[in-house]
Design a protein around this ligand. Structure first.
Ligand code: PLP
Length: 474
């Protein structure tokens, strides 16, 4: 593909994406893919082409063979998992990132990449009304950011033990605390950072599924009494199952008095903190050591774009820095080298999509959309609360509603079977996509709002379908 061929094919690709998005808005696809396992692969050649092939016709193949295997995350009737908006302005930013093909090994390798990342993360910091004590960097995912946080916590607790004998030389086992509602990435990060499963404490939650500060205090005291070294607390603002909120201020109190690192996982719900009315929910955030939130979830910055904020960048750089001779430059003392702010060496120009998104929507545009999504969730919660036979299972601080339909007398496994059956019927209908999840050992259904294109009419249609499918006799 030379530049002229690229121009021709590129226009076709843009047209194809624009048509796809327009078709999504018209509800032309089943939201959840209907292909069987192996079906996509079976339609494609087993061996690679030996001779060069023309790319003419590839978009037809994409439409015929690939599209049926796609679940449509940008469909306005996508209510599964969590929103992963890819705003068209952010799509353009990602195009430009790939077209420019910068590799930010250090500041010199792409000054613009580095400085736009500094700028956009600082814009976001201001939008969140975080103090200027915080510095941001873009990571690929929250999972990586939480791993970086726990490695940072480990190194603070061991006074940079990695530069000596590492965890193998530390006398006292280091302990990490997270609630039973924390995301699986937290336990994974703790294991990968070398803490060991025996040293991950799953702290009990209160009736609203937020971490109990009392239970945390007790667990920390027990570990200290047993000769272990409490090291880090991972608090969640907006848990995956129910969007529960851990009480940051109380947890920060424990962290401060006992010298623990406090990392806040606000991967999904953190975007809501650009709304002043939501900020009381993370009261105490200024007392944390690190924070992750994913603009690639609810905000609209196309996967992958996960922002990681720290209060002590010198510590982060000391932990992550490798500094081989070929990457050292005269500018090093004056600039940020983001390779020292995380795990990978190379980095994409991810800031472009965040930059275009924030410019195109403006803070007010983003705020208006998030408020609309919060309203969708409140509206559905009100219908559920007012309708006999339906139960709302958790508070609705953000955009997710957790629900069960309970037919007369159904309990236990019969109730689970009923729940899984009605959600399966909805998903198979192609008219909406919801996720079932286990809460306190029983299946429930999560309705997660936040799709950029979701309007009140979509929410009304969903509620009607939920009632049809759950209340119908089968
Ligand atoms: N933390 C929370 C609270 C989440 O909801 C998710 C979502 O999947 C994650 C972490 C993981 O995010 P990522 O895919 O960016 O690693």
């Amino acid at each position: 593909v030379d530049t002229e061929e690229f121009r021709r094919l590129g226009h076709e690709v843009v047209d194809w994406i624009a048509d796809y998005r327009a078709r999504l808005a018209r509800g032309e696809f089943p939201v959840m893919s209907r292909v069987a396992p192996g079906e996509v692969r079976a339609a494609l050649p087993v061996v690679p082409p030996v001779q060069p092939q023309s790319l003419d016709g590839v978009l037809d193949e994409l439409t015929r063979l690939i599209l049926p295997g796609c679940t449509h995350w940008q469909d306005p009737r996508f209510f599964a998992y969590f929103p992963s908006n890819s705003s068209l302005a952010a799509v353009l930013g990602d195009f430009l990132s790939t077209g420019l093909a910068q590799l930010g090994l250090n500041w010199q390798a792409s000054p613009a990449l580095t400085e736009l990342e500094e700028l956009t993360t600082d814009w976001l910091r201001q939008m969140l009304e975080l103090s200027s004590d915080w510095s941001g960097v873009i990571q690929d995912t929250a999972s990586t950011a939480t791993l970086v946080a726990l490695i940072s916590a480990r190194e603070r607790a061991t006074e940079y033990g990695a530069a000596r004998g590492g965890l193998q030389a530390s006398g006292r086992p280091l302990v990490v605390y997270a609630s039973s509602q924390s995301h699986s990435s937290v336990e994974k990060a703790a294991l990968l950072a070398g803490f060991g499963r025996d040293n991950v404490r799953i702290v009990a939650v209160d009736q609203h599924f937020g971490m109990s500060a009392d239970a945390l205090r007790t667990a920390v005291a027990q570990d200290e009494a047993a000769g272990r070294l409490p090291c880090a607390i991972v608090a969640t603002v907006g848990s995956t199952a129910t969007t529960a909120v851990d009480p940051l201020e109380a947890l920060a109190g424990v962290a401060r008095t006992r010298g623990l690192w406090l990392h806040v996982d606000a991967a999904m719900a953190g975007s809501a903190m650009i709304l002043p009315e939501c900020r009381p929910l993370w009261q105490g955030i200024e007392l944390a050591d690190s924070l992750v939130l994913n603009p690639h979830k609810w905000l609209g910055a196309s996967f992958d774009c996960s922002t990681y904020f720290v209060r002590d960048p010198q510590h982060l750089v000391r932990v992550m820095s490798t500094n081989p001779s070929y990457l050292r430059t005269a500018a090093d003392a004056k600039v940020r080298n983001f390779r020292d702010w995380g795990i990978p060496l190379g980095r994409r120009f991810r800031a472009l999509k965040l930059w275009l998104l924030i410019r195109e929507q403006g803070v007010q545009g983003l705020q208006a959309r998030l408020r609309r999504d919060l309203e969708h969730a409140r509206w559905l919660a009100a219908q559920i609360d007012a309708t006999p036979g339906w139960q709302r299972l958790a508070p609705v601080p953000f955009q997710t509603v957790c629900v069960r339909h309970v037919p007369d007398g159904a309990t236990g496994e019969a109730l689970d079977a009923h729940t899984l059956a009605w959600v399966r019927r909805i998903n198979e209908s192609g008219r909406a996509f919801l996720t079932a999840a286990v809460l306190e050992d029983r299946w429930m259904v999560r309705v997660s709002f936040g799709g950029e294109g979701t309007t009140h009419d979509h929410v009304v249609a969903l509620w009607a379908q939920m009632q049809d499918e759950a209340e119908r006799r089968v």
